[in-house]
Design a protein around this ligand. Sequence first.
Ligand SMILES: C[S@@+](CC[C@H](N)C(=O)[O-])C[C@H]1O[C@@H](n2cnc3c(N)ncnc32)[C@H](O)[C@@H]1O
Length: 404
Amino acid sequence: MPVSEDFVGSRPWSSYKVDEIEVEGHVISRYIGDFWTSRQRQDKNLHEVPYRACFKPQLPAFFIDALTFPGEVVYDPFAGRGTTPVTASLMNRRVIANDINPLSEVFIKPRLFPPEQADVLFRLSKIPYDFSLRAELDLSMFYDSKTEAEICSLRSYFMWRKKEGLFDYLDAWILMVATTRLSGHSSGFFSVYTLPPNQAVLPSRQVLINEKRHQTPSYRDTKKLIAKKSKQLLSGLSRQEREFLSQSGESAQILGVDARQTSLIDSGSVDLTVTSPPFLNIVSYKTDNWLRCWFCGIDADVVGKQITVTSDLGTWSRVMGEVFLELFRITRSGGFVAFEVGEVRGGEIRLDEVVVPLGIAAGFVCEGIVIHMQEFTKTAHIWGVSNMSGGTNTNRIVVFQKPP
Ligand SMILES: C[S@@+](CC[C@H](N)C(=O)[O-])C[C@H]1O[C@@H](n2cnc3c(N)ncnc32)[C@H](O)[C@@H]1O
């Protein structure tokens, strides 16, 4: 089905068309440009939650701005740390978020209800620390014994609050902040130097890192580090943004199911989906998140089994085809899907071209492939898109519309 002329003319990417490609008999336009680098300075600190394979908030902001009005519903079926729902809430949209990784909810929900820093400090001061506590697993390669006791005290406190039904928005905020501090590559984290915080290494690998760097864990003041990170996340939030966040938090649907089976989402209820699926076998969410899962009382094995990780393009396509059928059901007539995929195996596999027929088969019209390239220059026009596949700051977004 052709896309109407008015419709294409109103898109911010429409003047950036570089070529057309044929995908399984469909002629698809490609648009290339530096669509959102300049927005980066407006970024909110609230987004600074480390998560593997997350996208920058400018990406959802660009599509939310172009394709929705305030009050409309924005959804992400693979929400991860929640870049789409948090961005959408800050822009006064209603949100639905889903991710099969339970850590996702730990990161998303508290940021829709950001507390005042003074309340965080008061609550932190009330959390009891028992310096005799030890973890049931050996964490000595990451933490000195006092730091470990503090982490275990925090963990038992959260479990007790949940068990007693006392776990509130301040606890949820502190749990979220503490989870982001568990391990990392600077003194801002609870651990000795290790990999960046979104990829915890296994204990055996940390032993090797310590040997190589001749390091042993030293004491980290966990409450002080939580307070510091909390202050940073909350800084720069305006009154109005806080209001938008809590308004959208009140009506938000946050789910933790397979993106193919989201029966709790009403048919025709979503105006725009902005998402980035698990890529082909690039990330092991289970291994990356074992420490975070332990701290939050989540079974990492269950997480590992349910998350879609495959290196087989056929399996990936079948799963995503089913996701598109579900997206078609929940999208309103005239609503949109912006589906971001990366370069896989050095550009050898173009997932954007794999995704086009999956969306069309579900009933969507493909509006085109929007390629965001940082430091885009006019030479890209001369060389064409195919020569630009090596770019590291490239995002490929396939845009679909449900026929009005
Ligand atoms: C590329 S990440 C998305 C990151 C997100 N855009 C962000 O900015 O944080 C893909 C996400 O898909 C989730 N996931 C993998 N398989 C899933 C499935 N079958 N259903 C729902 N979520 C799934 C993973 O847990 C991961 O968080």
